[in-house]
Ligand binder design. Structure first.
Ligand code: NAD
Length: 281
């Protein structure tokens, strides 16, 4: 049985589903697959200790790492190579140790893209409003444009962040309209939109509520949520009640893990099995 060691670096990741999800699928492929949580806080480390932790892990024979908040940008300076998308997004959530080279990938954007394709295959994506311009926002904005959105408006409580993301995305999708929207124009923006992508932390246990008024939701506005803990966020419940087609955040979580598993092991996992297993967690 071939053995494989991988891990997840970030903070507040003790309850992550990744170890169970990766290891259960690994067992089905006859792998002795260990996947460890490397929580900076639990290890008594700060983000400034990331280079030392990274070198330690590299020396311990890890095959790969998933990287999450707050390290997705900081890890880049430690890597030897980036995939084209990780380079464009300036964010890495998956690292493969290939011989003595550390290669960074981004499976967040492809995870969201695949989730959109699977969960909302036939919706119109001409005009989309996206709430949230942080790390998740960068990945899902890229995916929405990749899916074919012609007009993407990014709205964030922090206009500087929204502006930075608009600039980055606009550089890579020069034939589209990518713009900053003001939060106080949200009603007008959504009235003209086909869909809403939600990428702020609102709806998580520590950020209860919704980032927009319920009355802006309507049956012909699809809604894609990225928050996945809980799965049934207030936005998901309210949008469904309004008759909208809704994509929960679990698809992005599942498909980023599917892609990372394949990068680490070189084996295409059984997606339906991983999805079914995730439902049990
Ligand atoms: P972040 O802190 O990097 O960015 C959040 C952004 O939202 C910030 O720019 C902030 O200004 C903005 N914001 C907050 N409240 C707002 C409001 N009410 N209106 C407008 N803008 C607001 O966070 P992140 O890393 O991008 O994560 C966002 C969420 O996405 C988290 O809940 C995270 O768990 C989730 N996420 C899900 C997946 C997945 O696979 N499903 C992957 C990554 C992140």
């Amino acid at each position: 049985m071939s053995s494989l060691l991988c891990g997840l670096i970030g903070t507040g990741i003790g309850a992550s589903l990744s170890p169970s999800l990766h290891m259960a699928e690994g067992r089905h492929h006859g792998l002795d697959y260990r996947y460890r949580i490397l929580d900076l806080v639990e290890l008594g480390l700060g983000v400034e200790d990331l280079p030392a932790l990274f070198e330690r892990v590299r020396g311990e024979g890890y095959r790969g790492l998933n990287i999450t908040h707050p390290c997705k940008q900081r890890i880049i300076g430690l890597l030897d190579e980036l995939s084209p998308e990780a380079s464009r997004l300036g964010a890495v959530n998956t690292v493969l140790f290939d011989g003595d080279r550390a290669i960074g990938h981004n499976t967040d954007w492809s995870g969201f893209r695949r989730s959109l394709d699977r969960g909302l295959p036939d919706v119109r994506v001409e005009r989309v409003v996206q709430l949230g311009a942080g790390g998740a926002g960068a990945a899902v904005g890229y995916a929405t444009l990749d899916r074919g959105a012609r007009d993407l408006t990014i709205v964030d409580a922090d206009p500087v962040r929204a502006g930075q993301l608009v600039e980055t995305l606009g550089t890579h999708f020069t034939d589209r309209r990518v713009s900053v929207g003001s939060p106080d124009r949200l009603a007008r923006l959504l009235a003209d939109a086909d869909g809403l992508v939600h990428a702020t932390p609102m709806g998580m246990a520590e950020h209860p509520g919704m980032a927009l008024p319920a009355e802006l939701l309507r049956p012909d506005l699809w809604v894609a949520e990225v928050v996945y803990r809980p799965v049934e966020t207030e936005l998901v419940r309210t949008a469904r009640a309004a008759g909208a087609r809704v994509l929960t955040g679990t698809g992005m979580t599942l498909y980023q893990a599917v892609a990372a598993f394949e990068i680490f092991t070189g084996i295409a996992p059984d997606v339906e099995r991983m999805a079914a297993y995730m439902d049990t967690l």
